[in-house]
Design a protein around this ligand. Sequence first.
Ligand SMILES: NC(=O)c1ccc[n+]([C@@H]2O[C@H](COP(=O)([O-])OP(=O)(O)OC[C@H]3O[C@@H](n4cnc5c(N)ncnc54)[C@H](OP(=O)(O)O)[C@@H]3O)[C@@H](O)[C@H]2O)c1
Length: 325
Amino acid sequence: MASATRTISSAAGGPCRPHERLALNSPDVYAARRTGKPSRDRTHLYLASTTVCPWRVFEFGANAHRFHTYRSQRPDQHLIPSIQSGGFIMNTSQKVVVVTGASQGIGAELVKAFRKLDYRVVATARSVSPSDDPNIVTIAGDIADPATARRVISEGVARFGRIDTLVNNAGIFIAKPFTNYTAEDFAAMTGVNVGGFFYITQLAIAEMEKNASGHVVNITTSLTDHAVDGIPSVLASLTKGGLNAATKSLAIEYSKKGIRANAVSPGIIKSPMHPQETHATLDAMHPMGHMGEMSDIVNAVLYLDAAPFVTGEILHVDGGQSAGH
Ligand SMILES: NC(=O)c1ccc[n+]([C@@H]2O[C@H](COP(=O)([O-])OP(=O)(O)OC[C@H]3O[C@@H](n4cnc5c(N)ncnc54)[C@H](OP(=O)(O)O)[C@@H]3O)[C@@H](O)[C@H]2O)c1
């Protein structure tokens, strides 16, 4: 919907402040105040005392003359309409998370959990459905394709103004004896598990750097720590093991820049990946005697997201698998 976005900064070049008078390119601006009464000035926007920065201007094109003030459940969130430019100024203080692999399973549960915490969510997968929730934007695409990553991050920033957290959850698992893997298997698993991490994480971190704040969580697998006789999984170890190592590298590279990187390493989880009839066998593969629930992984991600002193952690949520047998 938004055709362009530009950020307002103060006359001094720093972040905008309450009560500040900001020059705008658009000639006619209405500033919504908490009282609900807009103030008008032909060349400037007067920030209300309730203003929370940063703000961004969303321009919907020259022919958009609709005027309305948007109020969400939180009183500090307003869209401030600008009639002649057809634009809106949006409060971007609400946190934004990007979830890949969000069409089903753990990813879909992550979307629900982050919304309960009032995050805005950018959800992507090949078959993700549009949402009625204005705080969820869905982008359909193959995460192995760099163009999908570009669309996800650019649309997320255009709609919500920032990226705080990226959960690299999209992943595939092909179990085959090593010599039976085909070139297509290799391309598929490296494409989704590694390419799907690489392209979008580069773009997300570039956005996080603008705010000197952010968090990347990679969903890996405990198989990388303990190969299991009878479950041939070299490509899972190659790709998800690479993600575990990359998690630590990212954590160190960005440790002084306010950006954290962690991983959640699941055991076998009751998601659509595993048909019901396999559960009894899979239960027995955990020292605790049962598979994990999707909520176990979701809770681990939420813990890491709320743990400002934790970075470079590979958090095993695996019923004891990685500890021993
Ligand atoms: N369940 C487990 O036992 C288990 C164990 C260890 C690790 N994990 C990891 O946990 C994560 C989530 O697994 P899950 O159990 O929720 O799996 P799932 O139910 O199979 O969901 C996988 C998600 O990834 C998306 N996806 C797959 N290929 C994609 C592609 N090319 N482009 C974009 N999205 C793609 C799927 O959406 P579309 O098909 O719509 O694209 C789906 O939303 C994965 O990284 C998985 O490796 C799971």
